[in-house]
Design a binder for this molecule. Sequence first.
Ligand code: ADP
Ligand code: ZN
Ligand code: ZN
Length: 757
Amino acid sequence: MSTVPVVRVALPTPLKRLFDYRADPAGGCAIEPGMRVRVPFGRQRLIGVAIELAAGSELPEERLKPVLQRLDLQPIFDPATLTLLAWAADYYHHPIGEVLATALPKALRLGAAVDAAEARWVVTPQGREAYARGEPRRAPRQGQLLAALAARDPGAADPNPSDPGLSVADLDARFQPWRDAARALVARGWVNVIEVRPAAAPAPAPDSAGPSQGPEPNDEQRVAIERVCESLDAFGGFVLHGVTGSGKTEVYLRVVERALRLGRSALVLVPEIGLTPQLVGRFRQRFAVPMAVLHSALTDNERLLAWREAFSGRARIVLGTRSAVFAPARNLGVIIVDEEHDTSFKQHEGGFRYSARDLAVVRAQRAGVPVVLGSATPGLETLQNVATGRYTRLLLTRRAARAVPPRLSLIDLRSSAIHAGISTPAVRAIERHLEAGGQVLVFLNRRGYAPTLLCTACGWIAPCRDCDARLTVHLAARRLRCHHCGADTALPERCPQCGFAVKAVGQGTERIEEALATLFPGIPCIRLDRDVVRRRGDMEDAMRRMATGEARILVGTQMVTKGHDFPNVTLVVVLNADQGFFSSDFRAPERLAQTIVQVAGRAGRGERAGEVLIQTEFPDHPLLRSLLAEGYDGFARAALTERSQTSWPPFSRLAALRGSAKTAEAALEFLAEARRVADDLRGGRAQGAWAQRVRLLGPAPAAMAKRAGRHHAQLLVESAERASLHRFLGLWLPALEALPSGRRVRWALDVDPIETF
Ligand code: ADP
Ligand code: ZN
Ligand code: ZN
């Protein structure tokens, strides 16, 4: 025990605790919570974040070491974000040092300055010569960029020495996209990135949001906007439940505009930027203020630059994917989570498994601002929070731009003729819509040519060596690929077992594209899936070809279901609706219903009415029936009733202990031991009655037990009460860490798992 003032620091170690240091650094500058500090740790020096100050320590004074260096002049996390980090570490039972690793760009964890200079792209002398020679000849985007930079900087005598080159904001405003081209120019030595000290961040001008463009909100939109804006100074959880095309984005834009006018900033979370270029575009179009965009395709340096834009307050809108929930935002005014049901908001691999949607709500609470969770298909958890009064639901029941909702109907696959996965009624409908001048979207959630390669003579099926899965045929590439581990081999001509010819069985998007080309010769068709969309820009390109009408049919996977707006798509065909209804995962029907509703929402967004055809072998499935008869609301009611009868979330709380090992025995043995430890804990006399309200389910192997050569298993922990569950986890985890059998197993705890195989 000592009574010297200390600072408690979160360090990048797997230990679930803070570390005490003397709070009197050599320089005599005071340390505040939220600042980075460099401290001695064993024989190393580590950079950590000061979380709190304290008047004393458990450690004796002589064992307290001093902070070596303070890295920041001001805290890099505001108090609200700092408590969010601490809350997340606690709730997800994860070391706070590793939580920080998710929250901070790598460069900052390594000690980069936060307020440093702004990056500018400038032309090099070689670049100027190349430009004079008329290069680059075959890369138009690079050519435009180089020309702009050369014009900006016409010779050795730079006209603006204090303001050289072009900034991120300049480039964003003039070229979209530009990063790939800029990178290529840098690689060729024609362009350099330099750093300049920008003028102080401009004070937010009240009118910088610009005059409002965009359509006049309709009544429902106006109510939603008003309700959120009434509470701009206090926490409020709002669920913007609007059918696809009802103008949710317009509501976000107006709410953000209001926050900007008050001098506040906005944080907007989206599932995947690559998949939602339209949303980013609409924000850029509407607001003149700089925006920081954070997503996973950025390099470490780009991420640092975007983070600084946000931190400095230059960027008034921060838009990003999952980890942007931790991004700095000066004077935060509102948080928006678009497509809140999307599973990509939950990190479900690696160390720190958090839900950005749930953390957004906690952050809004801490910051005292409203949070808007928008979706056409809110998650069942979210709807239950509406039912219990935790969130306020704002409904948009009508499509905004005069569009009417699409008509859904089922095609019974058992009684229809089928050609390559497409039933005759579907073919006729496609024909009809094309003849009427419409565009058609065909959805199948399986990429590749066919999911199975079969020998018709001996029954051999091409298996993945490392997974409990079949290899998918990729015909154009002439490869067999595993969609679970990435295994990739040549497509055999003959059966390796008996030498007979092999046959591709079943459909993937590649085969559907081929079938459509045969059925509708001369009709331009494009495909969207992860095999064709490899680079940024591919997606935009496909969107453009659909928007201009150059393409008439779009075939794709999940990728086509996300927020795109194709006013001329009048028909959507869902080729196979059956995958979701027979999974062991209790969430599978919810996912399927969401997918169907989302993809159906792509139809008839313009003036012409849309039609949606769903092919199924189970037209009488009760959940599918309720979805068709009563829409997503009806489905949600039926599904929630089922969840409450079976006590699954949201009527209980779950955590999954997952383990994987080289052998199934090792993984299961560890989990069995974990279960014994749990049973002892719960049975212990010291525990109160709460311990009895925690149940364990399993261990059991995963549905696909073997993946990438490792065997996976899980043990579920369930309780009706969140507090009991967490109290239990807090006692259980330290005991697990001490288990010897845990050393041969990779294991992790997943709180609120979204996959429970
Ligand atoms: P959602 O995000 O709910 O799917 P969007 O915001 O993309 O819907 O709106 C669908 C279309 O309707 C867009 O083209 C949008 O510009 C238009 N729109 C939105 N609100 C209005 C309105 N009040 N009046 C007319 N058109 C609108
Ligand atoms: Zn064979
Ligand atoms: Zn595999």
